[in-house]
Write a protein that binds this ligand. Structure first.
Ligand SMILES: [Zn+2]
Length: 311
């Protein structure tokens, strides 16, 4: 259902799903998948199709969105805790006092995106649900998406305000920044290819003054470089957007985003112009082609850039 040539997604809803699964009992990795569905009530991009109660979902999105305009009494009866932080409308079962410090790191995200990417970011509301446990989130999501796998957080797009569902955990701000990056780019009409959407979300999920210090990808890319491997941008550009991205795809998407934004003024400018073209619905072509004039050798420049980060 995606237009793979342009990366544009169609359909009334989009979901980014973030979930954790163990790999060979050795390590846990985060996976996200972007799933699009139009009128067929089947969620694609999972290992097995998931039946989607689309009417229920639509009504739930509308219900949460409408709470923003309800009276304070009505709102309080629906959610124990409500807060507005910039354009983020927080609906929570967790006391706001526990979220406050984390919300500070979320509140700067729209400005970080507009400054780093040189695009305008929509100020339309993003509704952010915070539940108190993974079980509560599973239960909430299962009412909307029966038989769906357990997930850490997800972004649901409907015609109107975006909806991000999360549960409170030590990595909550990372989850929230990741999903809200999807929501903000989407609300701003930046129709990036699926792999790059994840690359940007992975890049901006880090609530740090240095996004190059990603808690998992940073070390993984250093290891990759030591083995003489570099991210293959062209392979990602030709990935079928109906296929779920792998953990390696997420790492590569993050490293390409980090390289484009930080390697040189030329790569940053080329990347920003590419995103501006996508936002303006001008023919943008492939990112690899747009970066080419700024890169002498992809392998050498990519390797040298990340080697510099290890010092
Ligand atoms: Zn994602």
């Amino acid at each position: 259902m995606n237009d793979t040539s342009t990366g544009q997604r169609i359909g009334p809803f989009e979901i980014c799903v973030r979930f954790r699964r163990s790999v060979a009992n050795l390590m846990c990795q985060w996976f996200c998948c972007f799933c699009t569905f139009a009128f067929c009530p089947v969620l694609v991009g999972q290992e097995a199709p998931v039946r989607l109660a689309s009417a229920t979902l639509a009504s739930q999105v509308a219900s949460i969105a409408s709470s923003a305009s309800a009276s304070s009494g009505e709102m309080a009866s629906r959610w124990p805790y409500l807060e507005r932080v910039g354009q983020f409308h927080v609906h929570s079962t967790v006391p706001i006092a526990k979220l406050e410090i984390h919300l500070l790191y979320l509140s700067t995200l729209p400005k970080e995106l507009s400054t780093s990417l040189a695009i305008s970011i929509s100020e339309q509301p993003i509704h952010l649900v915070v539940l108190d446990s993974r079980e509560s989130l599973d239960s909430y999501v299962n009412r909307l998406l029966p038989d769906a796998p357990s997930r850490r957080a997800l972004y649901i797009r409907h015609r109107g305000p975006g909806l991000v569902l999360t549960y409170f955990n030590p990595g909550w701000v990372t989850d929230a920044r990741h999903e809200c990056t999807h929501a903000l780019l989407d609300a701003s009409g930046v129709k990036v290819p699926q792999w790059l959407d994840e690359g940007l979300a992975e890049y901006f999920e880090t609530a740090s003054s240095n996004p190059l210090k990603h808690v998992t990808h940073g070390a993984a890319v250093q290891s990759q470089i030591r083995y003489g491997q570099v991210a293959d941008i062209q392979q990602l550009e030709h990935t079928d957007s109906n296929t779920a991205l792998t953990a390696k795809d997420y790492r590569d998407a993050w490293s390409i985003t980090a390289f484009a934004l930080n390697s040189s003024d030329q790569t940053k400018s080329a990347f920003q112009k590419y995103l501006q073209d996508l936002q303006s619905e001008r023919a943008a072509g492939l990112l690899s082609h747009r970066l080419q004039p700024s890169v002498r050798s992809w392998r050498e420049d990519f390797t040298q850039f990340f080697r510099r980060q290890s010092h």
